[in-house]
Write a protein that binds this ligand. Structure first.
Ligand code: ZN
Ligand code: ZN
Ligand code: ZN
Length: 129
């Protein structure tokens, strides 16, 4: 039996590469830019604190378990029922507006340029992060 997954409530902010200004892959610590390969150091103290002190409910017995680490994904074991579960990374989404019909699209940002098709007006447009 595999451990159930719980999505973390906190995620590091989306930051840009200091070298090329594209978005960096989400994370904390030394992050390599997927566009230009520069290594950027990403630190964000409030997120680190929030991740360390994040408390989640054990999916097996509903006891509150404190993460105690900024690492995600991380396997936690419940002190009360000794079962395990995974606390996974929060999936960050951004809202962008279709340039043709102005309807809002929620997408998961990825570094670089990509083409999107609006589900409302089927118009295609490019976004760059
Ligand atoms: Zn870069
Ligand atoms: Zn439990
Ligand atoms: Zn549209």
């Amino acid at each position: 039996m595999s451990s159930p997954d719980i999505e973390s409530k906190y995620a590091p902010p989306l930051v840009e590469c200091i070298n090329c200004n594209h978005m960096l892959p989400q994370g904390l610590g030394e992050i390599e830019c997927e566009i230009c390969g520069a290594i950027c150091k990403v630190t964000h103290e409030p997120t680190v604190e929030a991740l360390k002190s994040e408390s989640v409910q054990c999916p097996h017995c509903a006891t509150i378990v404190v993460a105690g680490t900024q690492k995600r994904p991380v396997e936690l074991s419940c002190e009360s029922c000794s079962q395990k579960f995974n606390l996974t990374r929060k999936i960050v989404k951004v809202e962008i507006e279709c340039p043709s019909c102005e309807s809002g699209l929620r997408i998961r940002p990825r570094p670089g340029k990509r083409e999107l098709t609006c589900p409302g007006c089927t118009n295609s447009f490019n976004v760059t992060f």
